[in-house]
Every structure is written in C-alpha cells, then in structure tokens.
Ligand binder design. Structure first.
Ligand code: C5P
Length: 236
C-alpha cells in the first residue's frame, strides 16, 4: 500500500489549546497544519516553536496576491522552515513562477508549494455565478478544477489540495503531483460540514500523499487513540 502522511489541522483559537494537542500527539509521525485562525492568534512564533521541537509544519494561509508579494511571503515561509504552504492556483503562472524563482535561491530544504484550485465550500450555482463574473461564461466546478490542476502541473507546482471526489482521476493523470486530501473521516466518526468524505484507508488506497483531518482528532476525548488508528489505516 502507498504510504500516506497524516496532516492534523490545528484549527484552534490560541497557542495554548493548539500546543496541548501537539504535546498529546508528540510520539506520532504527523504533520501539523496551521491555518489563518491559529496564525492570526499565535503568529509565526507558533510555527517556529513547532519546528524547534522537531515537528513538521504546513502553513495553510492560501496566498493570493501580486507575484512579488507572494514570492516574498514564500521566502518567509522558507525562513520559518515550514515544510509546505498553500497558494491559490487562480493567482496564475507569474505568481507561481515568482515563488519558484524566489525559493530556488534559498538553502535546502525548501518548502513544498501546494496549489488550491476551487474552494470546496462553493456549490455549482455559486461557482457558475462566480465564473460568469470572471469571464462572462459559466464553468462547472469539475471543469475548473481539472483545468487549474493541469496548469499546476505545467507550472511545476509541487502538489495540490484536492477533494476526495477528484483524487482517483488526478492521481492517474499526474503521478508526480503531491496530493493533499481534506474532508477525511475515520470510520464511524461524525461528518460535520464536510459534504464529500472518504475514509483514511480509501484515500490512501487511491493514492493520496497526505490526508488532512481536523475535528475528528482535535475534538475528541482521546486524540492519540484516533491518531494511532488512522496512522495504522494509512500504512504508517
Ligand atoms: O475538521 P475537518 O477535518 O473538517 O478539517 C479539515 C481541515 O481542512 C480544515 O482546516 C479546513 O480548513 C481544511 N480544508 C478543507 N477543505 C478544503 C481545503 C482545506 O476542509 N478544500
């Protein structure tokens, strides 16, 4: 079986609660995802603390700005020694080119750049309205996702975040992209607001390089137990 990494989403409002979970999981080989909420409350100091304590860190701030601004932000990600970060593929070829150019001058290891295609919170109707606003004609979500990921591959982006729904198709077409899959639910756990879910085992079998799990781990009485079970399911 393909070996898949487990990314735990630290969706917490402050350093203390997030760090408690990191302490609880300190014996497990997981990657911690820091998103906007935790970054805005605990800052880059939290990422530094993660790295100083020999953890892997994924900075999920979904950059989208002019190429120079995003390239300089990517440089800061690298200086923090984060292992991966996200940027919107709709930022375009020049934005990703600038990131690549900036990172190539830095000493290894450089962070993986992951592209975000269409946010999974969009439904078809809203995406139609959005694409009409952008281009004058409507596109379906899957068309847009497929086209954007095709570009990601062309531009030499390291990987993409994609939904479980698209995983099998994208894996087949792009064997070298690092695929990160959110919306994962261990068997028997609550679905929350995730519309299209998949189990860790299924995602691993379909070729996910990493799966993202938040609430089923962060909001349970025994996070270590669930983590252990998931790691077993994904061949870690
Ligand atoms: O709690 P849950 O497992 O649903 O959390 C999933 C994490 O993955 C959250 O941090 C969420 O922002 C993120 N995510 C997602 N869907 C995407 C991209 C990221 O749920 N398409």
């Amino acid at each position: 079986m393909n070996q898949t990494e487990l990314i735990v989403a630290l969706d917490f409002p402050n350093d203390t609660t997030a760090w408690n979970l990191v302490q609880t999981l300190k014996n497990y080989p997981v990657i911690y995802k820091v998103g906007l909420e935790l970054y805005l409350s605990a800052g880059s100091a939290f990422v530094k603390k993660l790295k100083e304590n020999k953890n892997r860190a994924f900075l999920d701030l979904k950059f989208y700005d002019i190429p120079n601004t995003v390239a300089k932000a990517a440089q800061q990600v690298a200086l923090l020694k984060a292992d991966m970060f996200t940027a919107h593929l709709s930022g375009g070829e020049k934005m990703f080119g600038a990131i690549k150019e900036e990172l190539k001058h830095l000493p290894a290891p450089i962070p993986k750049t992951l592209g975000v295609s269409v946010l999974t919170s969009f439904d078809e109707r809203e995406w139609n309205t959005q694409t009409i606003a952008l281009s004058g004609s409507a596109s379906s979500i899957s068309e847009s996702v497929i086209r954007l990921i095709e570009k990601a591959d062309l531009w030499g982006v390291d990987g993409v975040v994609c939904s479980a729904h698209e995983l099998i198709h994208i894996r087949k077409k792009y064997p070298n992209l690092y695929l990160v899959i959110p919306g994962i639910r261990p068997e028997g756990s609550v679905t929350h607001d995730q519309a299209r879910i998949m189990t860790p085992k299924q995602a691993s079998q379909e070729g996910a390089n990493a799966i993202v799990i938040g609430r089923p781990i962060t909001q349970t009485h025994d996070p270590a137990k669930i983590t252990e079970q998931v790691l077993r399911d994904i061949g870690q």
